[in-house]
Design a protein around this ligand. Structure first.
Ligand SMILES: Nc1nc2c(c(=O)[nH]1)N[C@H]1C(S)=C(S)[C@@H](COP(=O)(O)O)O[C@H]1N2
Ligand SMILES: [Mo]
Length: 256
């Protein structure tokens, strides 16, 4: 077996095998799965990172719940209203003047209003939010898949991470920010949410737009997102560890 094939297989068994239904023990098993051979053949033509993108879209979904399971009290944590005049002005107009900027390593930088975002294809999901502080809550989130926004902007081949720049300065430590890799960025449950439990996203939960990246802990889910930036490294942001809490010692990959 060539080294290239080995690398590819370990990526497959790691990602697809974790899905539960598809337990793979060898190359033979892989090719028995309908559609998999075609996927392998086309994946072969892609770069290593391109493969991760293709495979990433088949990685496991976080569990989704029913409406009856939605928490009556969903705690708001961290910043519950960004300070400063800019945010106050935006919120007073019901975010009519809000613009989401998408830039960095993209082919077509974007500047979108909330209406433009709401008119894009949307996804709703009822998921459980787990905070490192030890509480959980179930809520329904509606928003545009991040993949839609990124496809519109056209991520450049050298991009490796997606960074979310927020409006709030938490505890005087600087503006909140977060980053995720492209596998999570293109995951079907990764959305920029503008609604919670069927109503406009409340200010304490991140209005007008917050990230939901359902396979990670709460601190990854940036609220009050003003700008999405594609980067090849986050070394120059903050203290260089990829996020507000990461800069204070938390793990960058906060998988649950
Ligand atoms: N901009 C911003 N995003 C943030 C935070 C914050 O303080 N500011 N707190 C994080 C933490 S620790 C958690 S648990 C969740 C809380 O989201 P919620 O307020 O909707 O419960 O948001 C995360 N995203
Ligand atoms: Mo949290």
């Amino acid at each position: 077996m060539t080294r290239k094939l080995l690398t590819r297989r370990s990526a497959l068994t790691g990602l697809v095998g974790a899905g539960g239904g598809l337990l793979l023990s060898g190359c033979e098993r892989i090719v028995q799965i309908p559609g998999m051979l075609g996927m392998l053949e086309s994946a072969e033509k892609l770069s290593q990172r391109g493969q991760r993108l293709v495979l990433g879209s088949s990685t496991p979904l976080a569990r989704e719940y029913t409406r009856a399971e939605i928490s009556r009290n969903f705690k708001a944590n961290g910043t519950t209203r960004p300070s400063g005049e800019d945010y106050a002005r935006l919120s007073m107009s019901g975010f009519a003047d809000y613009r989401l900027k998408i830039d960095g390593l993209v082919m077509r930088p974007l500047d979108l209003s909330l209406d433009e975002i709401r008119n894009m294809p949307s996804r709703s999901q009822i998921t459980r939010h787990d905070c490192v502080e030890g509480w959980s809550a179930i809520g329904e989130w509606t928003g545009v898949p991040l993949s839609q926004l990124l496809q519109m902007a056209g991520v450049q081949p050298n991009a490796r991470y997606i960074v979310f720049h927020c409006a709030d300065n938490l505890g005087g430590q600087g503006l909140y920010y977060e980053s995720i890799d492209l596998v999570d960025a293109f995951h079907p449950q990764t959305i920029m949410a503008y609604a919670m439990n069927g109503a406009a996203l409340p200010i304490p939960h991140g209005a007008p737009l917050r990230l939901r990246v359902e396979r990670q802990l709460g601190y990854k889910m940036a609220k009050y997102v003003m700008r999405i930036e594609a980067v090849d490294s986050f070394a120059t942001l903050g203290r260089g560890r990829g996020g507000f809490w990461e800069d204070l010692g938390y793990e960058w990959y906060a998988g649950i």
